[in-house]
Design a protein around this ligand. Structure first.
Ligand code: ADP
Ligand code: MG
Length: 257
């Protein structure tokens, strides 16, 4: 396959000259200073960089939690750079699944209800069935009625991944998803991301850990609000629509076979 397998895939994220300037008192902080970036369907991207380099600012913009000061952001071909807060929330609810370092589960609420929560927000149909399917996918259906304090760290993160999946998001954005886990549990969580990627999911992970970045196909490093490097560890597998009819494709593997 040529070096440009990615070129055939549909762009999901297209950033052009994104700047984000925060005003702190009379001072201006230029957190992003002109980031141009395309991320295509099914890419598995690590975002790295020193503290203060703009990772969280970039994730907030990618996830439609915030808008840039200038520049354009097309998400699935739609310009989202200047949307109002309420429109941004709608886009976010339908298209972005978030996974956080600190899980962000509602403490007095069961795993099943936690997974259903964003679906209630977007008034999605079949909420319970979708939540059950998502918990099954991460191998946690037997803990559906447990509350977060009755779950281990790894189990909590699996509930959080199920919550992201239940929305059937176009992108999963994970900010240091293994940051609060021991390395064996972190490995389990990354195995889930690997499987989801193999099933076609687009995933962006902020991480400090080189071992995690090495599992991703593409590694983007930020420095001082600019894209410093953008490298590919490997090519993506050829997507189905490029294969001639009748060719054998791999079937998706379940997360916990
Ligand atoms: P990283 O996630 O890579 O550590 P951030 O995106 O959090 O970096 O921050 C980038 C820069 O923007 C830093 O200088 C930080 O102090 C500043 N910054 C981030 N958020 C805000 C904010 N809400 N208000 C003012 N400055 C901010
Ligand atoms: Mg940060």
């Amino acid at each position: 396959m040529s070096a440009d397998t990615h070129g055939f895939r549909k762009p999901i994220i297209e950033l052009r000259d994104i700047e984000k300037i925060y005003r702190v008192g009379t001072e201006l902080v230029r957190a992003l200073r002109g980031v141009t970036l395309t991320i295509r369907e099914n890419e598995y991207v690590a975002i790295m960089g020193p503290s203060g380099s703009g990772k969280s600012t970039l994730m907030n913009i990618l996830g439609c939690l915030d808008i840039p000061t200038s520049g354009t952001y097309f998400l699935n071909g739609k310009d989202v750079a200047k949307l109002s807060q309420s429109k941004l929330a709608r886009v976010r609810g339908r298209q972005i699944g978030f996974v956080f370092q600190t899980f962000e589960l509602l403490p007095r609420t069961t795993a099943l209800k936690n997974v259903q929560m964003p679906l209630m927000y977007t008034q999605s149909p079949n909420r319970k069935a979708r939540a059950v399917a998502a918990l099954t996918r991460v191998g946690l259906l037997d803990r559906a009625h447990h509350r977060p304090n009755q779950l281990s760290g790894g189990q909590k993160q699996r509930v959080a991944i199920a919550r992201a999946l239940a929305q059937e998001p176009d992108i999963i954005l994970a900010d240091e998803p293994t940051g609060n886990l021991d390395s064996a549990t972190g490995e389990e969580i990354m195995n889930i991301f690997d499987s989801l990627h193999n099933e076609g999911q687009t995933i962006i992970v902020v991480t400090h850990e080189e071992v995690i970045a090495a599992r991703c196909h593409r590694v983007i490093r930020l420095k001082d609000g600019l894209l410093a490097t953008d490298t590919r560890n490997k090519e993506l597998p050829i997507s189905d629509f490029q294969l001639p009819t009748g060719s054998v494709t791999e079937t998706a593997t379940p997360v916990f076979a």
